[in-house]
Design a protein around this ligand. Structure first.
Ligand SMILES: [Fe+2]
Length: 307
């Protein structure tokens, strides 16, 4: 049941070299630099997003994800869910307004997979970049690289998937859209949605907590995914796999790495989800096809390279 969590609002990614990272996320992915703060963090957005930023880059010694934030309908939702998170057994941390520039109060908690998440309701809205809300043109001129449309989801690796599903479903109102189930009935992958999208966040069972597999950005068409592949080659960017299609969610996809080793995905298409949909289930015996629909076999790097 929906409880007022709307969408992925932001992800803070650790990078080893800020200049190289900005070049990657701006010139290649096509995100737009919106701001910087006195900690040296860089704030980026994709052009269709109405909020001021969705990706925050922080320079650090180790790559990975600091946290992922979900935007809620209003502050009352954040307050209600804060109380329910505590009741569930989560420790919550209140991050004051302004700690992220032009973002309101955030409630941070750690999921049983070891990942930090946040809920917030207030962030400056700058509107769709280059077109606005009034008689908007089809797309803005001046977009770079892959012209990413929006930050779409993260895929995260960690333990305790059952308890994490309870947290996201029962407390935060997400639905289980897709899953991979082992022969013994254990769920080894879960794709969760707060919306009509095939996933807003996804988890793969993994013994080490808090690992980051990828941040994903939406493109409009399969042809855009092919163009992304061209750009990856033109820039000698480290590629993981693709262009191909997923069995899970049926998205058309390509994976590559930022200069710090964080994996990125850009994808197009994919399934949709309504609250009355039963979860789509893939058997673990079909995992190759579930992940890479055409190759039907797993690439070791895809499973094991994490930040
Ligand atoms: Fe993905």
């Amino acid at each position: 049941m929906k409880k007022g969590v709307m969408r992925p609002g932001h992800v803070q990614i650790r990078v080893l070299d800020m200049d190289e990272a900005v070049k990657h996320y701006v010139d290649l992915l096509g995100l737009i630099e919106m701001d910087r703060d006195d900690q040296g963090r860089v704030y980026l957005k994709a052009w269709t997003e109405v909020d001021k930023f969705s990706v925050v880059l922080r320079e650090a010694d180790v790559a990975g994800m600091d946290f992922m934030g979900f935007k809620c309908l209003n502050e009352e939702v954040v307050d209600t869910l804060r109380a329910e998170l505590i009741e569930f057994g989560c420790e919550v941390e209140d991050i004051p307004a302004g700690e992220l520039k032009d973002c309101g109060h955030r409630v941070r908690f750690v999921a049983p997979t070891g990942h930090a998440f946040e809920l917030f309701a207030t962030k400056q809205q700058t509107g769709k970049w280059g077109v606005g809300n009034r008689n908007p043109e089809a797309w803005p001129r001046g977009l770079q690289g892959m012209q990413a449309n929006r930050f779409d989801h993260c895929l995260l690796y960690g333990p305790n998937l059952d308890r994490t599903l309870e947290l996201f479903r029962d407390v935060l109102g997400f639905d289980l859209a897709e899953q991979v189930v082992a022969p013994d009935g254990k769920r080894v992958a879960q794709f969760l949605t707060a919306s009509m999208k095939a996933h807003d966040v996804a988890f793969i069972d993994h013994p080490e907590p808090g690992k980051f597999h990828h941040a994903s950005f939406f493109l409009e068409t399969w042809n855009d995914v092919l163009k992304a592949a061209d750009l990856i080659s033109m820039t000698n960017t480290s590629i993981d796999i693709g262009p191909t299609r997923h069995g899970l969610t049926h998205g058309q996809t390509i994976y590559f790495f930022d200069p710090s080793g964080n994996r990125n995905e850009v994808f197009a298409g994919g399934d949709y989800h309504y609250p009355d949909h039963e979860p789509v289930t893939w058997d673990a015996s079909e995992l190759g096809k579930a992940i890479f629909y055409h190759d039907r076999q797993l690439n070791e790097r895809f499973l094991t390279v994490l930040t």
